[in-house]
Design a protein around this ligand. Structure first.
Ligand SMILES: Nc1ncnc2c1ncn2[C@@H]1O[C@H](COP(=O)(O)OP(=O)(O)OP(=O)(O)O)[C@@H](O)[C@H]1O
Length: 253
């Protein structure tokens, strides 16, 4: 992403953002409400048009990719992934295979295998026949995550994709993502409000404020009280936790 300016009619949200992400990185995008995190992911997915600047993926400009090619490159989970029709959970996960299929093509053995695997790794086999419209928020998020993984794209964009899950489920999902990231080179770019969850799994963090990057680097370098107090205007205590080797943040009242 090079010098990207974009936003909505009448106002630019991102004010000249540049960064490069290498295959196999696990990156957290953090920042206050309205700082432009969702807009950044929407620009990367090609939903919000850029006004100035360039976005390229594997040396190809985003605009040169056809929708199905984009979907084979990147899978995305939106902040509020509502599925308004009464599809079963399995049908929703199956939709993730669409970018790999030709028109009118029946599901192949490979499609079936991938759908089974994604139901299993998101631990939703028991929900397979349930209607997505009749699921809890956290259950629905696991289904939508399974659908994104079924796309088998090398890049995964997540926008608060685990926000409705309990802590056990959040950690379970992030452990799966970490495994796919390390073993299969899945590149993960995730918007998160939970700084401590990000600190456990993201090896790089990009902090946005008012549409600009205020810090970008390895987690151990940018997750500091100075950066957090600048970004969130809140006093914090940053600690390195023994046994885990991870850094965690306490927000002070
Ligand atoms: N469809 C839209 N039309 C006009 N303005 C929008 C639209 N969507 C978002 N905005 C505005 O753009 C700015 C950035 O929004 P964005 O959703 O990218 O922020 P965010 O960092 O993801 O926030 P949050 O943490 O609350 O999800 C905000 O000021 C918001 O009000």
């Amino acid at each position: 992403m090079k010098n990207l300016r974009c936003g909505y009619p009448g106002h630019d949200v991102l004010k000249g953002i540049s960064f490069e992400i290498q295959p196999g990185e696990f990156v957290g995008i953090l920042g206050p409400n309205g700082s432009g995190k969702t807009t950044l992911l929407l620009a990367l997915s090609g939903v919000v048009d850029r006004r100035v600047g360039d976005i390229s993926i594997r040396s190809m400009s985003l605009e040169s990719l056809k929708p199905k090619e984009r979907a084979r490159c990147m899978a995305a989970v939106a902040q509020d992934s509502q599925v308004r029709f009464p599809y079963s959970c399995e049908e929703v996960v199956r939709m993730g295979r669409y970018p790999h299929q030709k028109r009118w093509q029946m599901d192949t053995f490979e499609d079936e295998k991938v759908v089974r695997r994604c139901l299993e790794i998101m631990d939703i086999q028991d929900l397979a026949d349930r209607l997505i419209s009749a699921m809890s928020g956290g259950e629905r998020q696991r289904v939508v995550m399974a659908k994104a993984l079924a796309q088998e794209a090398p890049i995964l964009l997540l926008d608060e994709a685990t926000s409705a899950m309990d802590i056990h489920r959040k950690l379970q999902v992030f452990r799966v993502l970490e495994h796919l990231n390390r073993e299969e080179m899945l590149t993960v770019l995730t918007v998160l409000h939970d700084v401590n969850l990000a600190a456990l799994y993201c090896r790089r963090m990009i902090f946005l404020k008012e549409g600009e990057v205020v810090a970008d680097g390895p987690t151990e370098e940018v997750l500091t009280s100075e950066v957090l107090e600048t970004v969130y205007q809140t006093r914090v205590l940053v600690q390195d936790i023994p046994h885990t080797g991870k850094r965690q943040v306490v927000f002070l009242p």
